[in-house]
Every structure is written in C-alpha cells, then in structure tokens.
Design a protein around this ligand. Structure first.
Ligand SMILES: NC(=[NH2+])NCCC[C@H](N)C(=O)O
Ligand SMILES: [Mn+2]
Ligand SMILES: [Mn+2]
Length: 300
C-alpha cells in the first residue's frame, strides 16, 4: 500500500503524566516541517489542526493512581471520533502527541475498522500498567493495557467497545524499562517483544523482518505507535521519561524504511515529544525525519 492521502491531527495533551511541555509536541513537530516533508513525497496532506483539550492548573486527582482520569478520557473520545472519521473517508490518520495516553483514543478510532488490527509499539516502555500495577499513577504508562481491555472501565470502554487489540497482534520494539506487573502481563499473554537485547543481538534489520513477517500473517491493518523515548536520549533528548541505551536514530530510520517497503502500516502516531526538555527542537526533527522514511522517502 502506498499512502496517497494523510490526515494529520494533533492532540496537545500532557495530562497522562506530570512533566509539563509535552502538550507542545504537535506545534514542535509542525515547526520541524512535517507537512512540507510529506508533501515532497507527493502525498496529499490535510492538516486538521489540534483537538482542544481541557487544561486544569492542578492535577484533577493527585492522590489517585489514575491521574486526570476524566480529562484524559474526554480528550481520547474526541480523538477516537476524529480518527474514525479520517479512516471512514479513506485517508491515513497521522496523530501527533501529546503524551502516550492518547494512544487510547487513536486505537479506539482505528480498531473499529479492522478485525485483527496489528500494533507496533516502538517504545522504551511497555505501557502495560494498570491502576493496580502502576508505580506512578500516570496514564501514559497504561495505554497498551487499556487497549487490551485491562484497566479502569472508563478507559477500557472508550468509544463503546473493548478490547481494541488482541495480545497476539502486538509487537513491542525497543523495550528496556518494564515494571513488575508489565513483565507478568507480557509472559501471561505471550506478547511478542523485541527488547534492546534482541535488537543488539539480531540487529534492527532482522528484528524488523521478523516483526513484519509476524504481523503480515495475522493482521488486516497495522498501527504504528511510536514513542520518541524508544530512541536513545542522545538522539531524542526531548522526552519526559528518557531511558539510556536506546535505539539509535539510524536503526530507527532503517526500521521506518523497512515498514515503508513492506507497506503494512495503515495508521500512525508520534508521541511524547516535549520541546521544553529538548535541544533546539532536535526530537521533533527526528520525529519528522522518521515520518519521511515511514512514508517512502529515499535518498536516490
Ligand atoms: N509513554 C511513556 N513514556 N510511558 C512511561 C511509563 C513509565 C512507567 N512504566 C510508568 O508506568 O509510570
Ligand atoms: Mn516510553
Ligand atoms: Mn510510551
């Protein structure tokens, strides 16, 4: 599948975690030239702008283990509606975050359209916590669990159905920080994970070959959820929860090119860009470069 039309939408939300600034991610990514970059590939890009999010001065419920539950839920419903509509009219949804809790809404809007949606979770983390297992109470550490149907019912049932994805249709790439409960869940559900160990050992080319082969056989669409903290903080410093020893820019570039070649990706989101923590918009620039590769950019 070559992508001809992209509808881009931003969700400038930072309520799924507690470091300010990630709400400016969509602006930073636009400033780094995303529209021009994709238009140069002869793709029609329709920038739908940003969803308007509530912005409380204080955390709604600081002592709960589901911080800002209500506002995160509301924003994600709006995102799901938009993404659903974009796919309905035959366009490719490209979502700009915001913290990773927005994957709850993206997946809610996307998964309706597929019987067996595949998910590539490109991330230092598993984001497989629930209210019970989360060490932080930050919802951005929970979206993959929520999409599997695990967690608070207000999140799990967003957009009126659950679960959104099946554990056997998920591939996590780049993991190097997993909480105890997340490890248990991965083992329990048999989720496929390429940790940094496998990336070091096999090389990114092999990891992507295996991931693509695995998903191709069992899915009818693939969502790429790319958390910029999957990439090493040296290449992508502007993130709220950096973890050293990550995937390099080069490896990520190759991963995106291999996805473009395979033509399996049907929706994507780029999340956790925090311009306040960044160095001269480096992380947003990396995000845009990776989008270029994902949508078919070639040197020659
Ligand atoms: N999307 C992210 N950056 N997630 C980081 C999650 C960190 C930690 N595992 C937590 O649940 O709090
Ligand atoms: Mn992460
Ligand atoms: Mn994440």
């Amino acid at each position: 599948m070559t992508v001809k039309k992209i509808s881009m939408i931003g969700l400038p939300m930072d309520l799924g975690q507690t470091r300010r600034g990630v709400d400016m991610g969509p602006s930073a990514i636009r400033y780094a030239g995303v529209v021009e970059r994709l238009e140069a590939l002869e793709i029609e890009v329709d920038d739908l702008g940003d969803i308007v999010v509530g912005r409380p001065r204080l955390i709604e419920n600081p002592n709960s283990n589901l911080k800002n539950l209500e506002l995160v839920g509301k924003a994600n419903v709006m995102l799901a509606e938009n993404v659903d509509r974009i796919i309905g009219k035959g366009s490719f949804p490209l979502v700009l975050g915001g913290d990773h809790s927005i994957a709850i809404g993206t997946l809610a809007g996307v998964a309706k359209h597929y019987e067996n949606l595949g998910v590539i979770w490109y991330d230092a983390h598993g984001d497989l916590n629930t209210e019970q297992t989360s060490p932080s109470g930050n919802i951005h550490g929970m979206p993959l669990a929520v999409s599997l149907g695990l967690g608070h019912s207000d999140l799990v049932n967003i957009y009126g159905y659950a679960p959104k994805v099946k554990p056997e249709n998920i591939v996590i790439i780049g993991a190097r920080s997993l909480d105890h409960g997340e490890k248990e869940l991965i083992r329990d559900k048999g989720i496929k994970v390429f940790t940094m160990h496998e990336i070091d050992r096999l090389g990114m080319a092999k990891v992507m070959e295996e991931s693509i082969g695995y998903l191709r056989g069992r899915t009818d669409g693939v969502h790429l959820s790319l958390d910029l903290d999957g990439i090493d903080p040296q290449d992508a410093p502007g993130v709220g929860t950096p973890v050293i020893g990550g995937i390099s820019y080069r490896e990520s570039h190759l991963a995106m090119e291999m996805l473009a070649e395979a033509g399996i990706v049907t929706s994507a989101e780029f999340v956790e860009v925090n311009p306040i923590l960044d160095e001269r918009n480096k992380t947003a620039t990396v995000a845009v470069a990776l989008m270029g590769s994902l949508f078919g950019e070639k040197l020659l």
